[in-house]
Design a protein around this ligand. Structure first.
Ligand SMILES: Cc1cc2nc3c(=O)[nH]c(=O)nc-3n(C[C@H](O)[C@H](O)[C@H](O)COP(=O)(O)OP(=O)(O)OC[C@H]3O[C@@H](n4cnc5c(N)ncnc54)[C@H](O)[C@@H]3O)c2cc1C
Length: 454
């Protein structure tokens, strides 16, 4: 039968890491692909600011490549991008004193093993908060674990599945590799990887339609049509294809703003098992990197650490501070600091106006660094942040698995009648909430599509 020349093989909804990785594999395999992206740019939750006054690119979304084994590092290397390895020094800050956090990852590891043990005893999932409320560890350490769960997973401890963490611990130390192991940054910014993916799409077979918002997906076996509007809200022609790959963020799917006709009850059940986490991340650029000065460090670090020459500040953790995690741009020395907090406190900060968020971040930093707030304000040159919760095309930062939801990522990923396919970080249980998870989910979905279409 002759092929319909106008209809493409696959409509991909979303040009983030998952959508672009899938488009690349599909177009190279000879399929005709149309990518529909609501924003006027690709990359989704990878959002890099290139400010000529800043010596480093500023990441308002994803920043780190966690671990060597994940999809992102080999891809960045294939793209010929410079990748920087972080020194990985973590210190706690209490009342202006910095101390190495050498045994922190053991604490996390112990939590994950304890969770696995409790699960085996109970035979059913429970919220991580139950462990945090009763763990036999000193209160300060328990506070650090609570901060960690909220910051790293962007998760409410009373909603986060114990099984989702325990499984990782059973997996032979992946957790250590992911959170305590090597971390990297793309030197030119994460958007360079997204640009490389986009530039590598076969132009004869692929089109990327920016500022095109998908509103509804009508489907039957072997035929999909997607109604769209423009970034200016004006209607656009309906797009058709044999299949569609949905890579929309969990927050967008949960909000039901893209309608499926017929509806997808199995997907609704999967969505109920997953949670969209919230994060507040702020990038501060100062006139100078005052934290690198020998006298600054001398007043705050023990002599033994000071003597460890060349180790600048990398990650600082201050349990109890409103913004409890801060990091520098090491290994690149620059006057840029990043503050980070997830879940409960993030939601409180995101409910404030931007000037109040900045003010509260400065108060937190003043406490963490033991530097008067006024002094920080005088040294501050610029700040930047993106509200992912209010962003209609993200509706949150990244996903985590809710209590009893361990099967949900796989259920969300499962194709429907060889016609609708699903990718995105929320569909990847093992690497949920990461760029690596998004990239490998896009490649997995491309393989599923190729089995049906070729
Ligand atoms: C503050 C922050 C910090 C993070 N830090 C890290 C980190 O250090 N390391 C890490 O690995 N991960 C990190 N992440 C997570 C990482 O950014 C995501 O997991 C990953 O980028 C998700 O990719 P994706 O393709 O699944 O989704 P997305 O990147 O969200 O792509 C989905 C695309 O769909 C588009 N879209 C939405 N609605 C519509 C519609 N109606 N029609 C058409 N298109 C639509 C969106 O605009 C978007 O481009 C961070 C995220 C945030 C927010």
């Amino acid at each position: 039968m002759p092929r319909d020349r106008k209809r493409v093989d696959v409509l991909i909804l979303g040009a983030g890491a998952a959508g672009l990785a899938a488009a690349r594999d599909l177009s190279h395999a000879g399929l005709r692909v149309s990518v529909i992206e609501a924003r006027p740019r690709v990359g989704g939750r990878i959002l890099t600011l290139h400010d000529p006054r800043s010596p480093v690119p500023l990441e308002l979304g994803a920043e780190f490549i966690h671990g060597e084994g994940a999809e992102t590092l080999p891809l960045a290397q294939a793209a010929g991008l410079a990748v920087l390895e972080l020194p990985g020094t973590h210190e706690t800050a209490t009342a202006g004193r910095f101390k190495p956090m050498s045994d922190f990852w053991e604490l996390v590891d112990r939590m994950n093993h304890d969770l696995a043990r409790r699960l085996a005893g109970r035979g059913k999932d429970f919220p991580v908060s139950e462990y945090l409320d009763s763990a036999r560890v000193p209160a300060a350490r328990r506070g650090m674990l609570r901060d960690f769960v909220q910051g790293f997973y962007a998760a409410h401890p009373d909603r986060l599945s114990a099984q989702s963490l325990a499984v990782e611990a059973d997996g032979g130390g992946d957790e250590e590799d992911e959170v305590g192991g090597q971390q990297f940054r793309i030197a030119n910014g994460g958007d360079a990887l997204m640009k490389w993916l986009r530039d590598g799409l076969d132009p004869d077979r692929t089109e990327v339609r920016l500022s095109t918002v998908a509103e509804s997906v009508q489907w039957k076996r072997g035929a999909v049509s997607v109604a769209c509007r423009g970034g200016d809200r004006g209607p656009l022609p309906t797009l058709t294809a044999r299949t569609a790959l949905i890579t929309l963020p969990l927050g967008v799917l949960k909000a039901g703003v893209v309608r499926f006709d017929p509806a997808l009850p199995a997907k609704q059940r999967a969505l109920a098992g997953l949670e969209m986490g919230q994060v507040f991340k702020i990038v501060l650029r100062f006139r100078e990197a005052f934290w690198e000065k020998p006298e600054f460090l001398k007043e705050r670090r023990a002599k033994s650490v000071l003597n460890d020459r060349g180790v600048g500040l990398n990650f600082l953790h201050a349990p109890g501070a409103e913004v409890p995690v801060w990091w520098t741009s090491l290994p690149v020395r620059s006057p840029v600091l990043v503050g980070y907090v997830g879940a409960v406190t993030a939601e409180q900060l995101l409910a404030e106006e931007a000037p109040s968020r900045l003010e509260r971040s400065l108060v937190a930093l003043s406490e963490v660094f033991a530097v008067p707030r006024r002094e920080l304000e005088e040294l501050l040159d610029a700040s930047a942040s993106h509200d992912w919760r209010a962003d209609p095309f993200a509706r949150g930062a990244y996903s985590y698995i809710g209590v009893g939801g361990n099967g949900a990522p796989r259920a969300l990923a499962r194709p429907v009648e060889g016609t609708l396919f699903f990718a995105g970080e929320a569909t990847n249980g093992a690497e949920i909430g990461t760029v690596a998870g998004a990239l490998s989910s896009g490649r997995r979905a491309a393989r599923e599509l190729l089995r049906v279409l070729q």
